[in-house]
Design a protein. Structure first.
Lengths: 276, 319, 343
């Protein structure tokens, strides 16, 4: 269905729901005739509607190279997500998008990439990680630092434990905040982990997403390691309603996070008012 | 009035310089002759900007909800109506009396600049009260008018012009000369139910749901207002008559028995909804059902709607 | 230039109302707002500003745009048709300029087609002001109180009659339809209008100057004022209501909500206010603008810095409604005065 009004959703169907953690599920969404509802680039988002509860914006966690479906990892935290967590596969939803600027992929080509994610923050990063792995030769070494409160709170367990560590020239560094029974891996907060592994900034781009407090310390840590603000990329989250920069809600200074973002370099953020 | 103008500056300066209070809440002038708005003064030198004139109508008591945090003591000027609002906040346990120092100002009515403008009095430079008259200073010189003709409707029915709560009274007590405050309520009561419905539907359809009435009301001090709760969303956001009615009627019920009749709701409404009329209907009914009760006169009295009395009228038949 | 005597206006309005919904300033219970024309309506063309600006015709307070039906796990979606053509009669130049200002955002890529369709269905007949209000300061933003370049038809109140000038295609088309009700205005009309325009503009500019409401250089001055004390001074008395945003002709922030009865319902967009505490509140409880200070700052920065950064025009037309209606007298003139003017 050709969407004329950017606020109008199209119908889509949820075909699979995976329980990642006690409060996070990953939804696989297809168009009613099969295939993806629309194309996107990594880092973009979509508005998912469950009338009459409402609409909310979620980052698309699947890579654009995945042709069969589109995936979203959603935390149960408000009225729309509460409802989403109750439904079963085959349920129809409204969807519209893609929104946002996505990651500046050309900037990554030929470079080493350091992904730093915390908790649900892995979701937007994953679309870029899988995109890079599917177009492997375009990029250098890939390091994925990922942490959560506990091992149970980690999402995409299949990928982080099995698939990604086996990918060519790719290393996964997992960490949990505190000691946990049965966990024999690294213990410590994500920013600590980054500093300890001591990544060199040469020919490298760092991309980070996670809770604001984690991002704050990650940025500090990366600066200490010698990364310039232009080498650090993050994706922001704010309350959003229209997704197209009209409703006036998600602005930081003169930029609308839904339209001019949600992906920003740290250098760009430094030019904006400190309001996020 | 000029004397009071000087007095408030003096007492404010003194209380700040002596360290008795951390903050003085009063009024100050804006650019236009009718702008006298709430001022927050923390330094002695800034007290010179405080003013007392015929336009100091804003009720300051509600600011204590925010301003008493992290402070030892806050001084606030209260007129008769403001003191009632303050007492209601005390009764609702939202303000700590120990943290407040009240300068009471007896007030025999303030001027509604819109009434002056309606008669063509515009582009003035000053308006002063002299006795029962207003001196209007404009481009063509001075003119005197009868003050009462240009007062807010709420001032004309005021029964508590002298603050009932104060630590220090500034100025001479004034005599209350209230007009009948239930006059328009009685007119409404004479209408049939259909006529009344049509009347209020017409009024409420003008509502733009700005919530100024709620935000200015001393009885509306809930930490989280029911109309702000996102889930379940009690009040939809659609501009529908049913939603407009729902908001106003429920709010009137929520403040019933606690409304001090200060009239701020009607003053702040941008589309002139007769909200005081609605709230007064509730006051009249409460007076008839539970005996005469004026909210805000004494924070220690038992309010009728939160007190059970075996003599309370029973709505249901005895059997 | 055409003219129409005032006693012929009801005929004109009847005619306009036959082909479109006609909105004009109508007085009810002492309040003048734009309302649909009906015979005998108490039209008031003397009041300078209606309480609610005519932006409500291009961006209604609530606007249904999607009909949905939920049945088991099945979802049906159907867009709602936009209402038919309308005419706004008697819009003041400031209010028309305001619509042109918000056009820039809504018609910008990606185009808000809902807004565009509604906007294009409207024809605007502006009525120049003969007198400024004390609270007017449109000249501070280089607008004229007695002339609206963006209107489809410009009209002026000359006492016994109105002067009428078509501007652009829509205006010409409308004028043709009303031909028989309009007379030729004669040779002196243009001069009379020019004279009126100059008089009113200079009167307003003089008053504005006296108060010090000078918007020159405000945008640049605000670039480094994010942490300024101005906001500390202004926000404290703010009640956090939505009066300023809702009666402002350039404010346009909206919310999207669903309304349902059983299995069917409507999605609508509706006015929202950045002054409300939950405007930027996120589902998990965080709020980048947690106190009224951040919200008051946002409103003025948006109008005087962010919007001009994006669209080269201030999002304020000096209509003065915020000055008149704010219950505690916080208004944009105070910000302009503090930072504006060539220093």
């Amino acid at each position: 269905m050709a969407v004329i009004n950017p606020l109008l959703p199209q119908v889509a169907k949820i075909v699979d729901i995976k329980q990642e953690t006690p409060n996070i599920k990953t939804y696989r969404v297809v168009s009613p005739d099969g295939g993806k509802p629309f194309e996107h680039i990594p880092g973009q988002c979509a508005m998912i509607s469950v009338p009459p509860v409402g609409e909310a914006l979620f980052s698309i966690t699947s890579s654009p190279t995945q042709q069969e479906y589109m995936e979203f990892s959603i935390v149960k935290t408000g009225s729309v997500t509460d409802f989403l967590h109750e439904i079963e596969p085959e349920f129809e939803i409204g969807i519209r998008g893609p929104y946002g600027n996505g990651f500046p992929i050309d900037m990554f080509k030929g470079k080493d990439i350091l992904f730093i994610g915390g908790g649900i923050g892995l979701a937007p990063l994953r679309s870029l990680i899988n995109y890079c792995l599917d177009t492997r030769d375009d990029f250098g070494k890939i390091d994925i630092v990922y942490g959560a409160r506990t091992p149970d709170d980690m999402i995409q367990k299949e990928e982080i434990f099995k698939v990604w560590p086996k990918a060519p020239n790719t290393e996964v560094h997992l960490t949990v905040d505190n000691e946990w029974e049965g966990w024999e891996g690294r213990v410590g907060f994500v920013p600590q982990c980054v500093e300890e592994i001591c990544f060199a900034p040469d020919n490298r781009i760092a991309v980070t997403c996670g809770p604001p407090i984690m991002i704050k310390f990650v940025l500090q840590g990366l600066e200490k390691l010698g990364f310039t603000p232009e080498q650090i990329i993050t994706t922001l989250e704010l309350r959003m309603k229209c997704g197209v920069g009209k409703c006036g809600r998600c602005n930081i200074g003169d930029k609308y996070v839904c339209k001019d973002g949600p992906v920003f370099t740290y250098a760009e953020l430094l030019n904006l008012p400190p309001e996020y | 009035m000029k004397q009071l103008n000087d007095t408030i500056k003096q007492v404010a300066a003194q209380s700040l310089s002596r360290g008795d209070v951390d903050l003085v809440i009063g009024w100050q002038k804006g650019d236009l002759w009718w702008q006298s708005y709430p001022a927050f003064v923390e330094n002695e030198q800034d007290t010179a900007s405080l003013t007392w004139d015929p336009f100091c109508v804003a009720n300051l008591s509600r600011y204590l909800l925010e301003e008493q945090e992290g402070k030892n003591k806050v001084a606030i000027f209260v007129k008769g109506c403001d003191a009632l609002g303050l007492n209601q906040l005390l009764q609702d346990k939202r303000v700590d009396r120990e943290k407040v120092y009240l300068y009471g100002i007896p007030c025999d009515g303030l001027v509604d600049h819109r009434k002056l403008e309606a008669e063509g009095f515009k582009w003035l430079s000053e308006v002063r009260k002299e006795g029962k008259e207003l001196v209007l200073v404009g481009r063509n010189g001075e003119q005197k008018v009868n003050a009462r003709d240009y007062m807010y409707d709420k001032c004309l029915t005021c029964r508590y012009p002298n603050p009932v709560a104060y630590d220090q009274m500034l100025g001479e007590a004034v005599e209350a000369q209230p007009e009948e405050r239930f006059a328009s309520v009685k007119e409404l009561e004479e209408m049939s139910a259909d006529e009344r419905f049509t009347y209020w539907a017409n009024q409420f359809s003008r509502c733009i749901r700005c919530f100024a009435c709620r935000n200015v009301c001393p009885a509306c001090s809930c930490r989280e207002c029911i109309f702000d709760i996102p889930e379940p969303r009690w009040l939809g956001k659609a501009k529908e008559l049913s939603e407009d009615q729902f908001y106003h009627i429920i709010r009137a019920y929520h403040v019933a028995g606690r409304c001090v009749d200060c009239g701020e709701c009607t003053r702040v409404c941008p589309v002139d909804l007769p909200l005081q009329e609605l709230n007064r209907k509730f006051i009249k009914d409460i007076n008839e059902l539970y005996g005469e009760y004026d909210a805000g006169v004494d924070p220690e009295t038992e309010a009728p709607l939160v007190t059970y009395n075996t003599n309370d009228p029973a709505a249901f038949p005895e059997s | 230039m055409k003219k129409i005597s005032k006693d012929k206006l009801p005929q004109l309005w009847d005619r306009l109302a036959q082909q479109a919904t006609l909105y004009l300033p109508v007085e009810e219970d002492g309040v003048v707002n734009f309302a649909p024309w009906k015979e005998g309506a108490a039209v008031n063309l003397d009041v300078i500003n209606t309480v609610v600006p005519p932006k409500q015709m291009v961006l209604p307070q609530s606007e249904n745009y999607l009909h949905f039906r939920v049945d088991g796990g099945k979802l049906d979606l159907e867009p709602v048709d936009v209402d038919g053509p309308y005419v706004i009669f008697g819009a003041r130049p400031c209010d028309v300029a305001a619509i042109a200002i918000i056009d820039k955002l809504f018609l910008d890529e990606p185009c808000d087609t809902l807004y565009k369709e509604r906007r294009e269905k409207g024809t605007i007949i502006s009525l120049g002001c003969n007198e400024p209000e004390e609270t007017c300061f449109c000249t501070a933003f280089e607008l004229e109180p007695a002339f609206s370049p963006d209107a489809d038809v410009s009209a002026w109140d000359m006492g016994e009659y109105l002067l009428w000038k078509a501007q652009g295609e829509k205006g010409e088309a409308l004028t043709k339809k009303m031909e028989d009700l309009l007379e030729d205005a004669g040779a002196d009309a243009e001069k009379a209008v020019e004279s009126l325009r100059n008089n009113v503009a200079s009167k307003e500019a003089a008053a504005t100057k006296e108060y010090g409401w000078n918007a020159q250089g405000v945008k640049d001055a605000l670039e480094d004022k994010f942490d300024s004390e101005i906001w500390d001074k202004l926000y404290r008395r703010c009640l956090g209501c939505g009066v300023c945003t809702y009666i402002c002709p350039t404010c346009h922030c909206f919310d999207v909500q669903d309304f349902s009865r059983g299995q069917e319902g409507l999605r609508f967009r509706c006015w929202d206010s950045c002054m409300f505490g939950d405007f930027t509140l996120m589902a998990h409880g965080e709020n980048p603008r947690p106190t009224q200070k951040e919200r008051v700052r946002q409103r003025f920065m948006h109008k005087l810095l962010y919007y001009p950064s994006n669209f080269d025009v201030y999002a304020c037309v000096g209509c003065g409604r915020c000055v008149r209606k704010c219950p505690v007298s916080i208004d944009i003139t105070q910000v302009i005065k503090e930072v504006g003017g060539v220093k």
